[in-house]
Write a protein that binds this ligand. Structure first.
Ligand code: G
Ligand code: G
Ligand code: MN
Ligand code: NA
Length: 253
């Protein structure tokens, strides 16, 4: 079992590391960016997935320090790549509490302001699985983030309570179509109305799309035919540590 002290020590010791999953352009096969996914890399080499500690981080008040540490590492890791490839996008998952209390705006500025990663290269993901109770507060934070020039993605889109019209009111720039929908695509010539509907509505509302959890060539072909440009998933690459990620990024850029 994870104890508060262990996680806090792990954060201080730099054991909570960013892994990077490539986001691919389905038309060109080039790398358009990445999603940052946290891993706890213990001194004994054990790698603990986020499912084991993320809820715990949230209730123990460690979510924000953990995210800050992650953002600082991302800045150091990706500054060179981001200044060499101005279109490269970096997507970071936020905790609802960090977003809700508004401190995320100051944190983004203090970590990325004046760095080699410009605000327009940053995307912050909030999950539809956790409702944003206070919509006025959410709107204020979104407005402040947009003022900086960062964009906001709704993760797990379609799985939660909010409809797409609400996402537009909120100012969501990107939806990440959840794997449960991508899994419904079996054959490129067999329509999947739920997926088509999400794509059509996003387009109608001028919201960008990233498809998640793409595991087969058939799914990639289907999505490409529907005009979806950006995708991530095991078909292309798993989340990986910095060194192999940079090797891949340099090969695909
Ligand atoms: O990385 P993995 O595929 O195991 O992620 C499992 C879950 O943990 C996903 O829901 C993902 O959004 C979440 N997650 C991974 N990294 C982070 C992170 O840095 N911050 C937050 N808030 N959630 C994360
Ligand atoms: O909730 P969020 O979308 O942030 O989390 C993404 C999760 O999905 C991470 O745990 C990541 O490791 C995982 N993931 C990414 N691509 C794939 C995929 O193609 N298949 C599966 N099964 N999981 C994936
Ligand atoms: Mn995500
Ligand atoms: Na998701």
């Amino acid at each position: 079992k994870i104890r508060s002290f262990d996680l806090e020590r792990g954060i201080m010791a730099g054991e909570l590391k960013p892994y990077y999953q490539p986001v691919i352009n389905l038309r060109t096969g080039k790398l358009t960016g990445c999603e940052v996914l946290i891993r706890w890399v213990k001194r004994n080499g054990e790698i603990v997935p986020p499912g084991a500690f993320i809820d715990y981080a949230e209730v123990s008040g460690l979510a924000i320090p953990m995210t800050l540490s992650l953002m600082e590492q991302v800045r150091g890791d990706l500054e060179t790549l981001c200044s060499e490839v101005p279109d490269f996008k970096v997507s970071i998952n936020l905790f609802e509490g960090h977003f809700r209390d508004g401190s995320v705006v100051d944190d983004i500025q203090s970590v990325f302001g004046g760095s080699g990663i410009s605000y327009r290269q940053l995307v912050f993901e909030i999950t539809e699985r956790r409702p944003l109770d206070d919509r006025n507060a959410a709107n204020r934070v979104m407005t402040a983030m947009h003022k900086l020039g960062v964009r906001i993605a709704m993760d797990d889109a379609g799985t939660g309570h909010s409809n797409l019209a609400y996402l537009q009111t909120l100012g969501i720039d990107i939806i990440k179509i959840d794997k449960i929908f991508i899994d419904m695509i079996k054959d490129p010539s067999e329509p999947v109305p739920v997926v088509d509907g999400l794509i059509a509505m996003a387009r109608e509302l001028d919201i960008d799309i990233i498809a998640e959890g793409v595991e087969t060539q058939e799914q990639a072909l289907y999505l490409r035919a529907k005009g979806v440009v950006n995708a991530q998933g095991y078909l292309f690459a798993r989340p990986m540590p910095l060194a192999p990620f940079l090797t891949l990024a340099n090969a695909l850029k």
